[in-house]
Write a protein that binds this ligand. Structure first.
Ligand code: AMP
Length: 272
């Protein structure tokens, strides 16, 4: 496995490869990331992983400086999964200009995060486009865990005619149902217990849906009842363009949830 730090090293390495599957990450890797890497390994002759905590997607009051980092463990995991190359650039390497060109998310997709993270997806799109141009993958793997990120990246690829197949990957959960996230390490034992209301809320909504409930206001009421005591930023039922729905439509519906638990903002969702 090659560990590549610079753009030039990556370019030389990339030229030696044929078809590449790409898994962009911010590190502190867990089994959720591993599932993306494993899928890429199955579907591509070569796999490149990037590990980069991207400053432009963090807001001024977010956790950039204390975001969990463990490069040694990450590289070990990548090695054990048979990754071919890991790109670990510095901020200066990826942002060579003091004044960078920026990308604005499509306004129809921004809705839910506009209040709490108004510039988050600008940074995500910026870094994803840079990484796509550097890695030149045929396929790129993104978790459904970050549903809105996935939808933004799919829009980026379609809007800029990028020849990359975006592969959505299922959410990996811990044994207690909490969606795995690098940020879960911030949770105290009691906060984690509280956070379990999130998957419970989604599960109860799913059961009600399976029993025939289609009215989204009633489904949201069930979810909010379960989330009582938590600071809910939103619990929303929408289509894949993030437009709110009055009735659930199968295969086109997304239940999105963002909840603040202590210092941690947790995202979870359900693809109906
Ligand atoms: P991150 O390192 O948090 O930026 O995540 C890198 C990629 O891993 C993104 O495409 C995430 O959606 C995906 N990911 C993170 N957590 C999970 C999870 N629990 N299940 C599936 N994919 C995940």
């Amino acid at each position: 496995m090659q560990v590549l730090h610079t753009y030039q090293e990556l370019q030389v390495f990339r030229k030696s490869l044929d078809s590449v599957g790409f898994v962009p990450t911010m590190g502190a890797l867990h089994p959720g990331h591993a599932s993306l890497i494993t899928r890429s390994k199955q579907e591509n002759p070569q796999t490149i992983v990037s590990i980069f905590v991207n400053p432009t997607q963090f807001g001024p009051n977010e956790d950039l400086s204390r975001y969990p980092r463990d490069l040694e463990a990450d590289l070990k995991l990548c090695q054990s999964l048979g990754v071919d190359g890991v790109f670990v650039p510095t901020v200066a390497e990826l942002y060579p200009f003091e004044h960078a060109i920026t990308l604005n998310p499509a306004s129809d997709l921004l809705g839910h995060e506009a209040e709490h993270r108004p510039t988050h997806f600008n940074g995500v799109l910026q870094v994803v486009l840079k990484l796509f141009n550097l890695v030149c993958p045929q396929k790129a793997y993104f978790g459904k865990k970050d549903a809105q990120q996935l939808l933004h990246v799919q829009r980026l690829v379609a809007d800029f005619f990028l020849e990359i197949e975006i592969v959505p990957c299922e959410i990996v959960r811990d044994h207690d149902g909490l969606a795995l996230s690098s940020r879960n390490v911030y949770l105290s034992a009691s906060q984690r217990q509280e956070a379990l209301k999130i998957p419970q809320a989604l599960e109860r909504m799913q059961i009600a849906y399976q029993q025939g409930m289609r009215d989204t206001a009633s489904l949201i009421r069930i979810g909010l009842d379960t989330l009582q005591g938590l600071e809910v930023h939103y619990l929303s039922i929408c289509n894949h363009n993030l437009e709110p729905l009055a009735q659930v439509k199968s295969n086109q519906t997304l239940i999105l949830c963002a909840v603040q638990v202590g210092q941690v903002r947790l995202l979870d969702n359900l693809w109906v």
